[in-house]
Write a protein that binds this ligand. Structure first.
Ligand SMILES: Nc1ncnc2c1ncn2[C@@H]1O[C@H](COP(=O)(O)OP(=O)(O)OP(=O)(O)O)[C@@H](O)[C@H]1O
Ligand SMILES: [Mg+2]
Length: 263
C-alpha cells in the first residue's frame, strides 16, 4: 500500500534528518515506527503527508508512493483525499475553535451529511468529546485533545491513519483507551495504521510489524513479536535487562549495543 524507498530528507538544504529509509505499510496492518528523539520519525510522517515545505524540508532522494501513485508530486490536500491522514505530534488543534469545529475541519473534503454522520461516530467512540463538543479546544485536557485530534483525522475517512506519539504526556488509563481505539479501527474497519511512538512496549503490543529508526536510518525491522524479543530493543526501548529486570537507561552500555546493531 504505502511504500517509501531509499528516502533522504534535508532541512534548509543543510541538515540531513533522514538519510536512507525504506519502509512499507501493507493494507490492514498496524506498523510501529520507533526510535529515540531526533531519529527522523516525525520528519518521515511529514514527508508522507507532503507538509515539509513550511519548515524548509525537502525529500532530495527516493520515492514515496501509495499503491504505486507518487505522493511526492501531490498536494497535501490531495494526499488526504487519497486516504492518508495524520494526527500530528502535539495534536495541533485549532485552540480557539470548539471541539466540534475542530472535528468538522477534518471533514473539509466531505459533504455535510457525511460530516454529520461521522461526528456521531466519533462521539460514540469518545463520549467525553460529545460532552465537551462546545468547549474551546485550547482548554481541553491532554487526553481530550488527543481524542479530538484523532477524531478530526477520522472525519477525513482515512485508509491509512498516521499517529505521531499519541501517548505523549497522557495518563496510563487514557493511553489504554487511545490504543484500544486504534486497535478497533484496524480490526473493525481494516484501517491501516502507521504508529510513531516513544512508548515502544505499548506500540509493539498492538503492531504487526515494526521499524526502528536511528539517525535517519532503519536499523532494525521485522514482525512486532520479533522486534519485541530482540535483546538490544529490550535494553534500549523496553527498559529491560537480559535478566528481565527493569533497568536504568543510563546503565545501558550504549556504545557497545549500538555498534552490534549497525554491524
Ligand atoms: N524544521 C526543522 N528544521 C531543521 N531541522 C529539523 C527540523 N525539524 C526536525 N529537524 C531535525 O531533524 C532531525 C529529525 O527530527 P524529527 O523531528 O523527525 O525526529 P523525531 O524522530 O520525530 O524525534 P522526537 O521523538 O523527538 O519527536 C533532528 O535532528 C531534528 O533536529
Ligand atoms: Mg517527532
Amino acid at each position: 500500500m504505502l511504500t517509501l524507498t531509499n528516502v533522504q530528507i534535508m532541512y534548509d538544504r543543510a541538515i540531513e534528518a533522514v538519510r536512507d529509509v525504506s519502509l512499507t505499510v501493507d493494507g490492514g496492518r498496524i506498523v510501529a515506527l520507533l526510535g529515540s528523539n531526533g531519529a527522523g520519525k516525525s520528519t518521515l510522517l511529514k514527508a508522507i503527508s507532503n507538509v515539509l515545505y513550511p519548515e524548509e524540508g525537502e525529500v532530495l532522494h527516493g520515492e514515496i508512493a501509495l499503491d504505486g501513485r507518487n505522493l511526492l508530486t501531490m498536494s497535501a490536500d490531495a494526499i488526504v483525499a487519497s486516504g492518508i491522514v495524520q494526527v500530528p505530534e502535539g495534536r495541533r488543534l485549532f485552540p480557539l475553535m470548539t471541539v466540534e469545529e475542530n472535528l468538522t475541519m477534518g471533514g473539509f473534503l466531505k459533504s455535510r451529511g457525511d460530516v454529520s454522520a461521522d461526528l456521531d461516530r466519533v462521539y460514540a467512540m469518545f463520549p467525553r468529546l460529545k460532552e465537551r463538543r462546545n468547549s474551546t479546544a485550547g482548554y481541553l485536557s491532554g487526553g481530550e485533545q488527543q481524542m479530538a485530534a484523532i477524531g478530526r483525522a477520522l472525519l477525513a475517512r482515512p485508509k491509512l491513519l498516521m499517529l505521531d506519539e499519541p501517548s505523549l504526556g497522557l495518563a496510563p488509563q487514557i493511553i489504554d483507551q487511545i490504543f484500544e481505539t486504534i486497535v478497533a479501527l484496524n480490526r473493525d474497519e481494516e484501517m491501516s495504521i502507521l504508529l510513531v511512538e516513544q512508548n515502544a512496549s505499548l506500540a509493539l503490543q498492538i503492531a504487526h510489524y515494526g521499524y526502528i529508526v536511528e539517525n535517519g536510518r532503519v536499523v532494525l525491522d521485522g514482525p512486532a513479536e520479533r522486534i519485541a524479543g530482540n535483546e538490544d530493543v529490550k535494553e534500549f526501548y523496553l527498559g529491560f535487562s537480559e535478566a528481565g529486570a527493569r533497568k536504568n537507561y543510563r546503565e545501558v552500555k550504549h556504545y557497545k549495543r549500538r555498534k552490534r546493531w549497525l554491524s
